[in-house]
Design a protein around this ligand. Structure first.
Ligand code: ATP
Ligand code: MG
Ligand code: FE
Length: 332
């Protein structure tokens, strides 16, 4: 079975061709236009997707050495995400499926982030726990099967990726700042400064409080020393990163205990964070966990994860009609 999958939920235009569960190509065009605005500008993102999508799909087919006529289905991200961005992928997928007279498959972006674990080896076995940490979500997911997942806990306000990006912005770093905090933190002391961790009940998270705490901390420090950020950048990054990662691990430990589960996976853009990866490995040894961490290119947004999700939907003949619309919010 050959499936072409399209991802356009935020600011990467991506297309992938899969043969069953094997990824033949995964082309990602990242939009650089947002850097100077300090965040994704929805209107610009949508226009960039329109500019990129034809070339990205062509490249995905070419690299996979698969022709349009060999495709068995077209898959697309239906949501959640930015409506204007999603619409570009949704319309393109619909038109292509109609023209080729093949089935259309809708995919939930957050389920797809979890299913990135089924692209390469080693793969977890069901059921397992997945901490999905991205720019818009922070979820602890109980994964019962490829398409059967339950959210055990999630953020009640900002996502952890947002906390990374907003801290970076306060430090004067360009968008997206998460990877830069990771980079500068490598030369810093994670215990140099301490920030209050917000306590949420059960397996839920809250990251808006820490964002404000960081803002006040920086205001206080720069009032005394205008060069504070410049002189302490690695220590600030390492300390913020440490606080955010420990908040994630606290809940993950709690979830592992509650579900009596020792298979722990992480997914989403923030799972590319090197400190989270390192700390997770340490926790794995301490708690006898088997941990699963996707390859870097499958952590942030990509169409390969959409193709994998679509393959398992294809096996169940879970197709969707031509009149489906995009969904800015979509609980699974
Ligand atoms: P969602 O999946 O919730 O719709 P999204 O698609 O925008 O949101 P992803 O592309 O999965 O999110 O992840 C992007 C986020 O990951 C950004 O917040 C970015 O800063 C963060 N990120 C990427 N790499 C790192 C890193 N090394 N350290 C910390 N954060 C990172
Ligand atoms: Mg992005
Ligand atoms: Fe994402």
């Amino acid at each position: 079975i050959h499936i072409l999958a399209i991802e356009s939920s935020c600011d990467e235009t991506s297309a992938s061709v899969a043969q069953d569960s094997k990824i033949l190509s995964n082309i990602i065009a990242s939009q650089e236009i947002h850097q100077k605005y300090g965040g994704v500008v929805p209107e610009l993102a949508s226009r960039e997707h329109q500019k990129n999508i034809v070339a990205v799909v062509e490249a995905a087919l070419q690299e996979a050495k698969v022709s349009k006529n060999e495709l068995n289905a077209i898959a697309f991200t239906r949501g959640p995400g930015l409506l204007g961005s999603l619409l570009v992928g949704v319309s393109f997928a619909k038109a292509m499926a109609l023209a080729l007279d093949i089935p259309l498959i809708e995919v939930n972006h957050m389920q797809a982030h979890v299913l990135a674990h089924f692209i390469d080896e080693p793969q977890p076995t069901f059921p397992f726990l997945c901490l999905t940490v991205s720019g818009g979500h922070t979820q602890i997911v109980w994964v019962k099967d490829y398409l059967q997942m339950e959210i055990l806990g999630e953020t009640q306000d900002d996502a952890v990726g947002e906390a990374f990006d907003k801290t970076a912005k306060l430090l004067g770093l360009p968008y997206p700042g998460g990877p830069l905090i990771d980079k500068f933190a490598k030369n810093g002391n994670p215990l140099a400064f301490s920030f209050p961790k917000s306590e949420m009940p059960h397996l839920d998270f809250s990251f808006s409080g820490i964002k404000t705490a960081i803002l006040y901390f920086l205001q206080r420090q720069t009032a005394q020393n205008p060069k504070f950020i410049e002189e302490n950048l690695p220590d600030i990054c390492a300390s913020v990163q440490h606080t955010l990662v420990e908040m994630l691990l606290d809940k993950l430990r709690k979830a592992a205990q509650a579900m009596n589960c020792s298979q722990i996976a992480i997914a989403g853009g923030v799972s590319a964070n090197s400190y989270l990866r390192k700390r997770l490995q340490e926790e794995a040894e301490k708690n006898n966990w088997q941990v699963f961490i996707p390859a870097f290119q499958y952590c942030t947004d990509n169409a390969a994860m959409i193709a994998i999700a679509a393959y398992y939907k294809y096996l169940q003949k879970d197709f969707c009609p031509q009149n489906v619309g995009a969904l800015a919010r979509w609980e699974f």
